[in-house]
Design a protein around this ligand. Structure first.
Ligand SMILES: [Zn+2]
Length: 359
């Protein structure tokens, strides 16, 4: 079954982690383990590469630009740049990575409803391998030099911005922080709405979530976000958040990062087997969104795989992203009918973008 994955940091993996995503996952792992100075825990434990995405039938995904300002005491794998100009230049470089793969015929860049429709038909009916489709998103608005630059980014092909990431961005408070939008946050959101840039609420602080939804009237999504009722941490959405998003016609992608799937996870200590976190745990989060909605029109996939973690921090019964193909059967076992399963695996995202781009 075709899968639409709403969150993959592919360019960041290719450039910052220096991973050759053209190789099979097994080969990338082998190379990293062979190198003596392993810089991060996730080295040798990656789960995503282009051959693996094809095996997973992830024919379309949201690909990110991820270039973060340095913030002390926060995840060293992610925080990097001393200035917004550096973050901007890095994001342009990441965009060039996707462009180069499009030139090679491996990827196809989806920017309009017509391109989306064409791609979905090709994947559902095509017999020869079609290119993998991507929609470009920015995780953390640090590379947007000012609200005025949103239009330039849109013209370049960017379609989604998440104003914050872990910690604070120049525009908003993000994961693990308490506070509202910074002075440039409101003009950023206004400009996003004006040019048709979609808002990703994932990683916004609770206060920023509320403020952003009040200010911004355009289409809203949550690309990789789980349920706080199941895992009590601010990184997750409360039931009230989820209901608010549903009322706005949003779609919520569930993430496969173990610390967002199961309570009391301690990064670097808890092991997936010990915490008994499995693909069924993942489906619990999808199911909760459906129960709150009263239908299966708002829950979807947003794996975040290789988003700074590997198999040390994923369900114990996941080896690579290809295991996403076990989700349809797990949903059927819980009584989901075929139309609902298809909506969760890709249909809801396709409908969301079609509507967002026809506005
Ligand atoms: Zn993220």
């Amino acid at each position: 079954m075709l899968v639409f994955d709403a969150h993959l940091d592919l360019a960041w993996n290719a450039i910052d982690w220096n991973r050759d995503l053209m190789l099979p996952v097994k080969e990338i792992r082998k190379r990293e383990l062979a190198e003596k100075d392993v810089d991060f825990k996730a080295r040798g434990r990656g789960t995503v590469s282009f051959p693996e995405l094809r095996r997973a039938k992830v024919g379309i995904f949201i690909a990110t630009l991820l270039a973060r300002l340095f913030r002390p005491n926060l995840m060293p794998a992610i925080q990097r740049y001393a200035s917004m100009n550096s973050a901007y230049a890095c994001a342009i470089g990441q965009m060039a990575y996707y462009q180069s793969l499009e030139k090679d015929g491996l990827l196809t860049w989806i920017r309009t409803a017509a391109e989306l429709d064409r791609h979905i038909v090709a994947w559902e009916t095509g017999e020869s391998p079609e290119p993998l489709g991507f929609i470009l998103s920015m995780e953390g608005a640090d590379p947007v030099l000012s609200p005025h630059q949103v239009e330039e980014w849109y013209a370049a092909g960017l379609r989604i911005i998440g104003p914050a990431h872990y910690g604070v961005s120049p525009y908003a408070h993000g994961t693990g922080t308490v506070g509202g939008l910074f002075p440039q946050g409101k003009p950023l959101l206004k400009e996003m709405q004006r040019v048709g840039m979609i808002l990703d609420v994932t990683h916004l602080s609770d206060q920023c979530f509320d403020e952003a939804l009040d200010i911004y009237g355009g289409p809203v999504l949550a690309s990789h976000h789980n349920c706080r009722a199941l895992v009590p941490d601010q990184r997750q959405l409360t039931d009230e958040h989820i209901k608010k998003l549903i009322s706005r016609g949003s779609v919520i992608g569930s993430a496969l990062d173990a610390w967002m799937l199961t309570p009391n996870w301690v990064r670097g200590k808890t092991q997936p087997k010990d915490a008994n976190v499995s693909m069924a745990t993942y489906v619990d989060h999808i199911d909760r969104v459906c129960q709150l909605a009263g239908n299966a029109h708002h829950a979807a996939i947003g794996t975040d795989l290789d988003g700074g973690f590997g198999t040390e921090q994923t369900p114990h019964d996941l080896d690579t992203i290809a295991d996403i193909q076990r989700v349809p059967e797990l949903l059927r076992q819980r009584g989901y009918v075929e139309a609902d399963v298809r909506n969760i695996m890709h249909g809801n995202w396709v409908r969301f973008f079609r509507a967002a781009w026809k506005r």
